[in-house]
Write a protein that binds this ligand. Structure first.
Ligand SMILES: [Zn+2]
Length: 491
């Protein structure tokens, strides 16, 4: 995600070679993963939907499972839970027409033809517990059918709608990650992107009126009109989430980069060519720096959105509330970098928000070293981060007497500015210190190694440290821990 208020502080500023290596064959790599089939009937007048979802779940854990758990993120948009969706300072931006709430209900759960009771658990009933008919051994699979319906809130966020777009992200029951003997049930919090998921395959159909345009994760397979409506079908192999944006205002521009079609969906953008170019330049630059982009479609989507932007696999949301063109282009670059750090190399975004977010932010700073014609430079952006970070620390010290500057889990920050400065801004300074320590060549080689070793998986900080140690010889644990634990003094 890109925090838009950073743009107001001028912190956010905004090799055209394709990967020479053979591209990953997504179909081959997706064998043995869980498959989601999702059929959405969207009512654009009522902003509601009925959904039939079939999950062909593969037990890729090493445990025998009797229950499987799904996150139900829309529950956090319901009345009584909305303080978890956005910080209090962003309420007016997220809800410009006043508070509005979602309704989300599971109608039916069927496990291999046997009806099951609908069992909610967790904070705000945000977890669906599905008890299996028989214990599921590792590598075995089970089919789970879930029928549900929801009404979207009038909220300019991941799950909601504004005047221009209907944002369907984090709208469906998604599997909790199983690790260390249990399912990770960590829920929503307003700091950052509170998500953690694993690679899966998706087949998604959405029914919308003919005049609406759909932007989506994955590749469009077909679009068939039936009377006033059309059914648009998508397929996505080897992605960790699936998001769609629907609008009757979208104009479309596209450009081909190697095997990838880059599509820009927008409204009211007099600079649409520049916006598309920023996405094209970013895909080329990061493919060259870190490793090739193996998907056939990448969609950049202008949306009603409270923060600067938001990343999903193959799709990024860019807010229509961004003030300047430079910042708008920079958000496109930032969210595109997330295709490498989040979408392909994933991590627990609650526990280690800096792992993907700071690396994404620093990657977007590196972008300007290789692309002329943008109004930002690497040095200028790092200096701005340093100035703003030291100002932030001194203000918080004056007000609170002291400040915890450790880079911690996103739900461990008491305010959004603390989260943002410790994760994004301090994170940039950490990576820039490392860049200066090992030099540009070894720094880029280390990130290439980190990507190659961990693409399509989930990582921990240890994986990142190992990549730097592989390339640079030496122990980098002390370097990272001094920054993460808050011991480094920044002047
Ligand atoms: Zn981000």
């Amino acid at each position: 995600m890109k925090k838009i208020f950073l743009c107001f502080l001028s912190l956010i500023f905004a090799f055209s070679l394709c990967g020479c290596k053979k591209k990953d064959n997504l179909a081959d790599l997706s064998v043995g993963l869980t498959n989601y089939s999702i059929d959405i009937k969207l009512n654009v007048q009522e902003k509601s939907a009925k959904v039939l979802q079939v999950v062909d779940y593969v037990n890729n854990t090493d445990a025998i499972l009797k229950t499987i758990k799904f996150h139900l993120y829309p529950q956090y948009f319901e009345q009584g839970a909305t303080d978890h969706v956005v910080s209090s300072t962003k309420l007016n931006q997220a809800y410009p027409n006043g508070m509005s709430y979602a309704n989300f209900e599971i109608d039916r759960v069927v496990v291999q033809n046997e009806d099951k009771p609908v069992v909610y658990s967790g904070e705000h009933e945000s977890i669906l517990d599905v008890t299996l008919n028989l214990s599921l051994i590792p590598q075995d699979r089970v089919e789970i059918m879930i029928e549900y319906h929801f009404t979207l809130p009038n909220c300019e966020h991941r799950f909601g709608y504004g005047d221009n777009t209907i944002n369907l992200a984090n709208f469906y029951p998604i599997l909790c990650v199983y690790e260390n003997g249990s399912f990770n049930e960590a829920g929503y919090n307003p700091n950052g992107d509170p998500f953690y998921s694993e690679m899966a395959n998706y087949s998604v159909n959405i029914t919308v009126p003919n005049q609406y345009v759909v932007a989506s994760t994955g590749d469009k397979m077909s679009e068939n009109s039936i009377g006033e409506n059309k059914v648009v079908s998508y397929k996505a192999n080897l992605v960790r989430d699936f998001a769609l944006v629907v609008s009757d205002k979208f104009e479309i521009k596209s450009e081909q980069v190697a095997d990838t079609t880059i599509i820009y969906y927008c409204y009211d953008d007099p600079h649409s060519n520049q916006s598309l170019k920023a996405g094209v330049d970013a895909i080329k630059t990061f493919s060259n720096l870190f490793g090739s982009f193996p998907y056939k479609t990448f969609s950049i989507v202008k949306t009603d959105f409270v923060h600067g932007g938001m990343e999903y696999p193959n799709l990024i949301m860019i807010s229509d509330q961004i003030d300047t063109l430079d910042d708008y282009l920079n958000v496109i670059v930032h969210e595109t970098a997330h295709q490498w750090w989040y979408a392909m190399v994933g991590n627990d975004e609650i526990k280690y928000p800096w792992l993907d977010e700071a690396l994404t932010e620093y990657s977007s700073i590196l972008f300007y070293d290789y692309n002329e014609g943008y109004n930002f430079t690497h040095g200028q952006m790092v200096n701005a981060c340093k100035e703003n970070y030291t100002l932030f620390v001194s203000i918080y010290n004056d007000v609170l007497g002291n400040i915890d500057t450790s880079m911690r889990a996103s739900d461990q920050y008491s305010t959004e500015p603390e989260y943002t400065y410790c994760t994004y801004v301090k994170g940039v300074l950490m990576y820039d210190s490392l860049y200066n320590l090992v030099g540009e060549k070894k720094f880029v080689q280390s990130l290439k190694k980190y990507f190659e070793n961990n693409k399509f998986k989930n990582t921990t900080p240890e994986n990142l440290i190992m990549a730097f140690e592989e390339i640079n010889d030496g122990d980098y644990h002390n370097f990272f821990s001094s920054w993460i634990d808050g011991k480094v003094v920044i002047r």
